[in-house]
Design a protein around this ligand. Structure first.
Ligand code: DGT
Ligand code: CA
Ligand code: CA
Length: 364
């Protein structure tokens, strides 16, 4: 039986990299992205930092005050608040490129996904490596995003492989090399093994996965319970049957962009709206969806939101119907629009999946 080919892709220092994408001048400076708590001042934690800031010891989860201490002597260091809407926008653009490289796409979170590419690579790991490089290049050239990919015959090993060499890494573990690859790695690289379990193993003299493999399944079950024990036993051998299962970002059936300038001018806005519709429509077709509801969304210049939507008579996947509806919603909204619009979005919902038969509306 030929092997599955599974990618795990993870975006490098994601929130901080998004900030670099928006302001390339920041690239040479340490960046820490901060989640400020509502207590004011510097209370709160670091969400992530770019690799320059990491060299000074700044880490995810660290109090902002600690991070400032570490970067005390570095006047060019920047501390920025999170901007989740913007990170989501970058993520959606990247995910739509990733999706087009997969047979099966499984969304995990804003900065990671699994891809099953068994069919399109014909189980050939050379072809897989080539495809992964193409995907990385395409993300780099279109979204300006650097990412890391792990390739193997299952999700577990691919996830470990994508963590192996970062940033901008590509690690390929062919089926016959799985144990060789895992052997020297510390036990904590196994997803789900936290600090506590690591300490437990360490006390018993087990540090690496190769040592862990010396532990029998009964002992593991006794220590961790049957479910977790069996999981660890298999993980130490790089065994994982969990399929890549289609899962999408719940908000992926929408597109939103920040406009070049704030505006409430129909002729200006309609151009972007049409582009948003076309982009969204590609996803709809790719995922074989019929929608029945179309909405538009404004983020106004004071950052407040406004939405308007319309339910259609029938389910459709037609681009014309999508554009026509979105444009009429825009026209209606602008009648009493007071504030200029800063960000503009379009979304579809109320789905029914096209199954089996060819849907003729998709060609219009
Ligand atoms: P890396 O190691 O290059 O993949 O760096 P990141 O920053 O992409 O790290 P990752 O993949 O573990 O996490 C993705 C995003 O999730 C990250 O950009 C910010 C957020 N995040 C991660 N850890 C924490 C944390 O401890 N606290 C908060 N608030 N956010 C976090
Ligand atoms: Ca990441
Ligand atoms: Ca991640």
């Amino acid at each position: 039986m030929s092997s599955r080919v599974v990618f795990h892709i993870d975006f490098d220092y994601f929130y901080a990299q998004c900030e670099e994408i928006r302001k390339p001048d920041l690239k040479t400076r340490p960046i820490a992205v901060c989640v400020y708590s509502d207590r004011g001042g510097d209370s709160g934690a670091i969400a992530t930092a770019n690799y320059i800031a990491r060299k000074y010891g700044v880490k995810s989860g660290m109090p902002i005050k600690f991070a400032k201490k570490k970067l005390e002597e570095v006047p060019e260091a920047v501390f920025l608040p999170t901007d989740f809407d913007y990170y989501t926008e970058v993520s959606e653009n990247a995910m739509s490129i990733i999706r087009s490289h997969a047979d099966v796409f499984e969304y995990v979170g804003r900065d990671e996904a699994y891809l099953d590419v068994t069919n399109r690579t014909e189980s050939d790991f050379k072809k897989a490596a080539h495809l992964a490089q193409q995907l990385k290049n395409s993300l780099r050239s279109t979204v300006k995003l650097s990412s890391t990919i792990g390739i193997s015959s299952n999700k577990l090993v691919s996830k470990i492989a994508s963590d192996f060499k970062k940033p901008d890494g590509l690690t390929i573990v062919e089926p016959e090399n799985i144990e060789l690859f895992l052997d020297p790695l510390p036990i904590r690289v196994i997803p789900g093994i936290g600090k506590k379990s690591e300490e437990k193993f360490s006390e018993m003299g087990f540090e690496t996965i190769s040592q862990l493999r010396g532990m029998d399944v009964f002992t593991l079950n006794e220590l961790f319970g049957r479910k977790v024990g069996t999981y660890i036993y298999n993980a130490a051998r790089g065994i994982d049957e969990d399929p890549v299962s289609p899962r999408h970002d719940p908000i992926q059936y929408s597109r939103i962009i920040t406009l070049k300038q704030d505006s409430k001018d129909f002729d200006f806005l309609v151009k972007d709206l049409e582009k948003l519709c076309e982009d969204l429509h590609q996803t709809i077709i790719k995922d074989n969806l019929l929608f029945k509801s179309v909405g538009i969304q404004f983020v106004q210049s004071d950052l407040s939101n406004r939405t308007k939507s319309k339910t259609l008579k029938n389910h459709t996947s037609g681009l014309d119907e999508l554009k026509k509806t979105a444009i009429s919603l825009l026209r209606e909204s602008l009648v009493d629009q007071r504030l200029p619009i800063r960000r503009l979005g379009v979304k579809v919902s109320d789905f029914s999946q096209v199954s089996g038969q060819v849907d003729i509306t998709r060609f219009f």
